[in-house]
Design a protein around this ligand. Structure first.
Ligand code: C2E
Ligand code: CA
Ligand code: CA
Ligand code: CA
Length: 279
């Protein structure tokens, strides 16, 4: 067995077969992190490819560990999900993102839509709709400025229940998008019954765009599928001018990626937007 010193916590990932002790140690760290306020959110701009304007941001959680420094979500979200801690953490993310968005509006920034990632277990939880309502009410934020990003995993668990819950979120005035589209299995016929507004092309299909591999066919198929279903389509992980050009030529509506901006702390996002930056 691996040594488990204080300074060599083995962070659990989906790929790693972490031992029980390693998971318990990490879980304990996550609980303490929530209590001691060690999480924060970064915000990555979303750009409208037709107008060139930033219309929204995606909230992405980070853990500032007292000994290990910045820990990315891929290293703790899977365990938070598995253990159920995602309910409390996700609620914190939702409330923080709504409050931040209201604060930007109060500071005079053009209104933005904030997108929050909601994991399958969090989406399934019976109180989700009330939690969203409470986060909006406590922040004083109108629902139209909030979007939930859910993955195909949500749909695979219980289709009818997922559709009913999506309808409630939509009725409240918030919007929904399908994240990482194309990486999971979801029935195309089910897609048309979802009250969603946007499909997000996963960055694994964006990476090699323009190099003449198979990803051009996948990306352009997702774009036309989305448009035929009257949905908007956003590409994530856009890093190069070549990728952006391909997406523009193929009618993609929105993009997100390092080409325009990395995820930023709230103050930096505000100064980027008040300087009137354009891609
Ligand atoms: P995701 O929702 O698919 O988020 C996209 C990831 O791509 C983010 O990684 C983002 O920082 C990164 N990214 C953005 N632009 C680029 C780019 O141009 N190139 C490349 N290579 N990467 C780019 P991050 O922040 O590490 O988040 C990883 C995953 O963790 C997210 O994937 C999401 O599934 C999950 N996650 C993050 N925050 C939350 C949260 O608050 N709640 C939940 N449930 N999951 C979260
Ligand atoms: Ca996302
Ligand atoms: Ca993704
Ligand atoms: Ca994801």
């Amino acid at each position: 067995a691996k040594e488990l010193g204080k300074n060599n916590i083995q962070f659990y990932t989906r790929e790693m077969n972490a031992s029980i002790e390693e998971k318990l140690l990490l879980l304990e760290g996550l609980r303490r992190a929530l209590e001691e306020d060690q999480f924060h959110l970064l915000y990555q701009p979303k750009v409208d490819l037709h107008t060139g304007q930033v219309f929204g941001v995606e909230a992405l959680v980070r853990w500032q560990h007292p000994e290990h420094g910045m820990v990315g979500p891929d290293r703790f979200i899977p365990l938070a999900e598995e253990s159920g801690l995602i309910i409390a953490l996700g609620d914190w993310v939702l409330r923080t993102a709504c409050a931040q968005n209201r604060a930007w509006q109060d500071a005079g920034l053009p209104p933005l839509r904030v997108s929050v990632n909601v994991s399958p277990r969090q989406f399934e939880e019976p109180q989700l709709v009330q939690r969203v309502q409470r986060a909006l009410a406590d922040a004083g934020l109108a629902a139209e400025w909030l979007e939930l990003e859910v993955t195909e995993g949500v749909i695979m668990r219980d289709l009818q229940q997922a559709v009913a819950k999506m309808a409630m979120v939509k009725a409240m005035g918030a919007s929904l998008s399908i994240d990482d589209f194309g990486t999971g299995y979801s029935s195309l016929s089910a897609l048309k019954s979802f009250p969603i507004s946007t499909l997000k092309i996963d960055k694994s299909f964006v990476r090699d765009l323009g190099n003449g591999g198979g990803d051009e066919a996948i990306a352009s198929s997702i774009i036309s599928l989305a448009h035929r279903l009257k949905l908007r389509v956003i590409a994530e992980g856009v890093e190069t001018e070549q990728q952006r050009a391909f997406l523009c030529e193929n009618g993609c509506d929105e993009m997100q990626g390092y080409l325009f901006s990395r995820p930023l702390p709230p103050e930096q996002l505000a100064s980027l937007l008040s300087s009137g930056a354009r891609p």
